[in-house]
Ligand binder design. Structure first.
Ligand SMILES: Cc1cc2nc3c(=O)[nH]c(=O)nc-3n(C[C@H](O)[C@H](O)[C@H](O)COP(=O)(O)OP(=O)(O)OC[C@H]3O[C@@H](n4cnc5c(N)ncnc54)[C@H](O)[C@@H]3O)c2cc1C
Length: 820
């Protein structure tokens, strides 16, 4: 405790004095928001932070996370000059080695992606790796990467330095105070109760590390994380190890090394982790560790001895076993809780909190002040999870797998295996019986592809064509030439109703949704910067009732965005009705023929044009039929009350038999939509991309009464030719053979100009098809595209590609509208 009077009021109360809480305090203060109280139940850094190994590696699976860590490295090197307290930052670089050809391919892909993000990286041979890290043996090493910008920091010193930077600007950092309750009023946080008194607050920021879930439950907020044991050892001195030694990562052996006082810190990420804290996290856990567990550590030690044989004869000075919190997808949790206004979370750092704290702290501080994220942060946005993700039994089973993901092979289309099946559609059993291979999105089991007779219903991962290539080719062909059914029940469905529903939604949507009842409108939801917060379809089912169909992963995010943007006293209500409706998409030129056999409704173009929705009879069922397509063919998305799903599905398959109807899955859907050039949210459409850059200006109503969120920014962008220096375009490879997965670098005349955001094999065009984000020095217009030679770098090999602003498949978009 300080000798200051205990505060009873503050604008910002931060709970938790680990590296993350201190970083948030520092950045809020640096932004001039200094009425801050930070509360720590023990001493600063006493939770998880103090025993971290301190590795700061920049490369992460998500570009947004990489960017945040790049900022961290800058901050950690500059902070001492500002605060006078060292952070222990040392830019020693890092070496990552590969034991297998697949891992080397992965490193080459990573290097190309890193360069596209401006991270310095060199591909090196095994001998060069050994030169940089002489104590390792490299007989089994295929090659590696050298990242000179990586480094290490001292977690405790860093935390103290951040806290000092916050204090210097006026923040009140108080140790030895436990928050025992969170106060709320009318859906908004109003303060905290502590063991030393109550503090009123405008904002409360939960940086409670592995205690963050419990803090969330105090106020009805879901913070889905679970602790797992995480271990490393520190050895006695090792010959040849000196303080300048880079960090070494050997992901095929699950291990990392760094120098410490002439010895080695060796730890890792074993494939099956050991969850901890099932009966709750003890309140008193200051500077505490868990018992040594050499059995759990064995797999890491065995691999370490392969890499550094000298360790066989080196003593161990200390075994560190500390609990750390892990999330269901190994990305952390950031942002305002959708359940409670002004209650923010920065937790669940999955053993990368030291590396991430600088950038994540700044991002969270900016989010708090701006009221929305200031860049694309969906990968870490707490709204990617729902209440069911906070189920403790599910979390326990899931974190066994997530810890190991750090070093697991990030295969294209890799699915997590644990804690499944979780959410199942009404057709799950029927589709399983048809050899469906499921993936998982927002907890839903969704069919990726259907194995054919004689094929094993299991995805075999590789960087080249995977074992489902031909089976998906047949599904793709059925959609283009005949008809197929997709179970898209996982789509999020949000009902917006009320006297003011039309006015309110029209301000939130960029397109005009004030249309006749029975019309469907495709629209973006934009932020004030004109970037995409979502893209979805709005079905006007009644005058004051709109059904919004949006991506499976976006339920909580979109509902939160829309609700937050409703005017306070408006008569408008949003309900998540996802679980009430199944969605069966009947797609392909013969879809009308199939449906005609089952309904008395008129499905002709005149009676049921593209972009309209009608209630129709279908067999014994009554369904909402939406004439829309995500594959570029004639088709209807049937919204079916869940209890009618099996009946409708059976009717469709029986009626469709004579037209060759078949089941199709999400892998086919992905190829079909990319071939057609349809953009997807989080891939091509992000909070940093506008409709103009995405080529979706047609879905903006510039003239509607009342305007829309983001209009001012878009108008300014439209008048600025430089705005189109960033653009989404389609690239199709010339060579039919290579398989692309996304993340590859794009080159124009030999110079990197962007990255592949989505890729799949286009079975109709007969080559890999992609949607790419280009960043150029000049506006990207037809001349720029025509005058350049485009290539895509696939793990170090370049392939020529043709660039298109409009898809070469059905460039006028006629196929979806034709009367079959
Ligand atoms: C063995 C090990 C090695 C690691 N190595 C690395 C590494 O090399 N690189 C890396 O980037 N990361 C590493 N990490 C991860 C890193 O340590 C964490 O991600 C990071 O410390 C998390 O910081 P935090 O601030 O979120 O949590 P914490 O440091 O746990 O801070 C949360 C604080 O909240 C306080 N608190 C909780 N509840 C209350 C309450 N009710 N009232 C008041 N205060 C409360 C706690 O006392 C605690 O101090 C490692 C972790 C482990 C376990």
């Amino acid at each position: 405790m300080t000798d200051k009077k205990f505060p009873d009021k503050a604008q910002y109360v931060i709970v938790g004095g680990g590296v993350v809480g201190c970083s948030v305090a520092y950045h809020l203060a640096k932004m001039g928001h200094t009425d801050i109280v930070l509360l720590e139940q023990g001493q600063l850094s006493c939770g998880t932070t103090w025993h971290a190994a301190g590795l700061v590696g920049q490369l992460r699976g998500q570009p947004a996370m990489t960017n945040l860590i790049r900022y961290s490295t800058q901050l950690y090197s500059d902070l001492e000059a500002e605060t006078g307290l060292a952070t222990g930052w040392m830019q020693c670089g890092s070496v990552t080695v590969a034991r297998t050809d697949d891992r080397m391919t992965m490193l080459l892909r990573t290097a190309a992606a890193a360069r596209a993000q401006g991270v310095e990286v060199d591909v090196i041979t095994a001998a060069e790796a050994q030169e940089k890290w002489p104590v390792m043996q490299v007989d089994d090493v295929k090659g590696g990467l050298w990242m000179p910008g990586d480094g290490k920091a001292n977690p405790t010193d860093l935390t103290q330095s951040l806290a000092k930077g916050a204090r210097m600007r006026g923040a009140n950092v108080i140790e030895g105070v436990t928050v025992t309750d969170i106060l709320t009023d009318s859906g908004r946080v109003t303060g905290v109760v502590t063991d030393q008194g109550t503090i009123e607050a405008d904002y409360v920021i939960n940086c409670g590390g592995q205690w963050a879930r419990k803090l969330g439950l105090m106020c009805g907020v879901n913070v889905p994380l679970h602790s797992a044991e995480h271990m490393y050892i520190v050895t006695e001195k090792v010959e040849g190890v000196n303080p300048d030694l880079p960090v070494l990562r050997d992901p095929d052996g699950y291990i990392y090394f760094k120098e410490e006082t002439g010895g080695l810190v060796m730890g890792g990420f074993e494939p099956e982790a050991k969850p901890w804290g099932m009966d709750g996290i003890p309140e008193k856990f200051e500077f505490s560790l868990l018992p040594d567990d050499w059995d759990q550590f064995e797999i890491l030690l065995e691999n370490a001895l392969i890499r550094v044989p000298q360790m066989e004869t080196t003593g161990v000075r200390k075994f560190y076993n500390g609990p750390e919190s892990f999330t269901p997808d190994n990305n952390y949790l950031l942002g305002e809780a959708p359940e409670l206004k002004n209650f923010f979370v920065g937790a669940g750092f999955n053993s990368m909190g030291i590396a991430s704290a600088g950038g994540a702290g700044r991002a969270l501080a900016e989010w708090i002040v701006a009221g929305e994220p200031t860049s694309d942060l969906f990968a870490v946005d707490i709204r990617r999870f729902a209440n069911f993700n906070n189920n403790p039994t599910w979390l326990h089973d899931r974190v066994k797998e997530t810890l190991g993901l750090h070093y697991a092979m990030p295969w294209p289309n890799r699915e997590l295996d644990s804690a499944r099946p979780f959410r199942r559609s009404a057709l799950y059993d029927r589709l399983s019986a048809k050899n469906a291979v499921f993936g998982s999105k927002m907890g839903w089991e969704r069919v990726n592809w259907f194995a054919r007779d004689g094929e094993k219903a299991e995805t075999v991962y590789s960087f080249g064509r995977q074992n489902w290539h031909d089976a998906v080719g047949e599904e793709h062909k059925a959609v283009r030439e005949d008809v197929a059914v997709f179970d898209q029940s996982s789509f999020s469905k949000l009902m917006v109703q009320g006297r003011d529903a039309c006015r309110e939604l029209n301000r939130i949507c960029a397109a005009n949704i004030d249309v006749e009842v029975g019309k469907t409108v495709y629209t973006g939801l934009l932020n004030v910067r004109g970037g995409y917060e979502s893209d979805l379809t709005v079905l006007r089912v009644k005058k004051q009732e709109f059904l919004l169909i949006t991506g499976s992963a976006q339920t909580v995010h979109d509902a939160d965005w829309i609700r937050k943007n409703f005017t306070d006293d408006a008569h408008v209500f949003l309900t998540d009705v996802t679980s009430s409706w199944s969605v069966l998409a009947v797609m392909g030129p013969k879809s009308r023929d199939v449906l005609k056999k089952l309904t008395k409704s008129d499905l002709s173009n005149a009676a049921f044009p593209f972009s309209t929705v009608r209630e129709i009879d279908l067999g014994y069922a009554t369904v909402l039929a939406n004439r829309m397509t995500y594959v570029g063919e004639l088709g209807w998305e049937l919204l079916v009350p869940v209890e009618f799903t099996i009946g409708v599905y059976e009717d469709l398959m029986n009626a469709g038999a004579e037209f060759g109807i078949r089941n199709a899955g999400y892998f086919a859907l992905e190829g079909l939509r990319i071939e057609k050039g349809f953009r997807a949210w989080t891939r091509e459409l992000t909070p940093d991309i506008t409709p103009l850059q995405a080529g979706l200006g047609f879905a903006v109503d510039w003239d509607k009464a009342g305007g829309f969120i983001g209009k001012e920014a878009l108008l300014a962008a439209r008048a600025d030719p430089d705005h189109l220096k960033t653009r989404i375009v389609q690239l199709v490879l010339d060579d039919a053979a290579p398989q692309l997965w996304g993340g590859e670098a794009v080159l124009r005349n030999g110079v990197e100009v962007g990255e592949v955001r989505s890729a799949a094999y286009g079975h109709t065009l007969g080559a890999a098809v992609t949607l790419c984000q280009l960043e150029a020095d000049e506006p990207i217009k037809a001349d720029y595209l025509k005058s350049g030679e485009f290539e895509i770098d696939l793990a170090g090999v370049r392939f020529s590609a043709q660039v298109h602003l409009r898809t070469p498949y059905d460039p006028k978009g006629e196929r979806a509208k034709v009367d079959g």
